[in-house]
Design a protein around this ligand. Structure first.
Ligand code: TXA
Ligand code: MG
Length: 311
């Protein structure tokens, strides 16, 4: 998608005056505001109906700017070199002199940060003299948005502006790795854990269902289209939407598919938009065939399992 400078200028104007706007990223759309302004950040929580206790991710385009806000360690540099910009979020130790609003971190000593890979957003970030706090652009616990139309559907007139950046290339949220102490995965996402393990040269604990919740992606019910989802289904019920991983001939007339072949990248990219389409067509429930729990399949199953907890 071409970069429209006048749209970027408009977005900057809104952000500079502490408004909150939707921005595209390679993973999902974000609901962004100046991370250094408490007043701006509070608007995100209000608009999203998000509990104040659930901290936000801060988005940067330059390492030099990140250094002002948190401590960077060796593991960080290894992963940064290999994967940034890209779908990985780091939880790091906050510096005392950081200007990040306490509402972003819920007063914690750690902060989640990432470098999004999207030319339009990178151009915007380079023009701002503050980083952007941005959770996914959806009402709390609902389906994330992967296009500007999705954002419109979520927020209607309540959102000031949506910076259009086309359809998100990855389609699900970033993978969150905590480097606060020893490395730990807090949320599965767009970057496979095995790739992170390879760079750090160690097996990493996956802690996406802890007793004490720190990430909203860890909460049991999330990413929900608002209708029941059944998983690992061979035979769908009569009027149920049936989601297949791979396009092929099928007995159900209500079938949808996530990829043309068995391609997990394509399936991930289509996951949220497929669920949204089914909901908008008026189906009352969704059945999904078994999806193998390998690579990105693991992230897809994580999202579906949480979404399926909706009753
Ligand atoms: O791909 C993404 O990460 C998208 C795009 C917009 O960048 N953002 C996103 O934000 O998914 P959100 O708010 O929907 O999810 C952020 C997650 C939450 O589960 C939050 O609890 C966790 O990050 N988080 C934020 N700060 C944290 C911290 N200090 N320690 C642990 N988890 C944290
Ligand atoms: Mg979210």
């Amino acid at each position: 998608m071409k970069i429209n400078q006048s749209n970027i200028k408009k977005t900057k104007k809104y952000l500079d005056s502490n408004k909150c706007v939707a921005v595209p990223t390679e993973t999902v759309y974000g609901l962004a505001a100046n991370a250094y302004s408490g007043a701006a950040v509070k608007k995100i929580f209000r608009l999203k109906k998000r509990p104040k206790t659930n901290p936000l991710i801060v988005h940067y385009s330059k390492l030099s700017k990140l250094k002002k806000d948190c401590f960077l360690n060796n593991d960080f540099f290894k992963l940064y070199k290999k994967f940034c910009p890209g779908p990985i979020t780091f939880v790091l130790k906050l510096k005392k002199e950081s200007r990040i609003s306490k509402f972003v971190t819920n007063n914690s000593r750690s902060v989640a940060v990432r470098f999004p890979k999207h030319k339009i957003l990178e151009t915007l970030l380079n023009k701002l003299n503050y980083p952007l706090a941005a959770p996914s652009a959806n009402i709390s616990s609902k389906l994330s948005s992967v296009s500007s139309e999705d954002v419109k559907e979520e927020f209607g007139k309540n959102i000031t502006y949506i910076l259009d950046g086309g359809k998100c290339k990855i389609g699900i949220e970033s993978t969150i790795v905590s480097l606060f102490r020893s490395p730990k995965i807090l949320r599965l996402g767009g970057l496979e854990v095995s790739k992170i393990e390879k760079i750090l040269n160690e097996k990493i604990t996956i802690d996406t269902n802890p007793k004490k919740k720190i990430a909203s992606g860890q909460s049991k019910i999330h990413y929900s289209p608002g209708i029941p989802i059944r998983m690992r289904i061979i035979k769908p019920k009569k009027n149920e939407a049936y989601v297949l991983l791979r396009k092929r001939k099928n007995k159900s007339i209500h079938y949808f598919y996530l990829s043309k072949n068995n391609n997990f990248n394509e399936a991930t990219k289509n996951l949220y938009s497929c669920l949204r389409k089914i909901k908008n067509k008026g189906y009352k429930s969704i059945a999904i065939e078994k999806i193998s729990n390998k690579g990105l399949g693991k992230s897809i199953n994580d999202r579906l399992t949480r979404a399926s907890k909706f009753k």
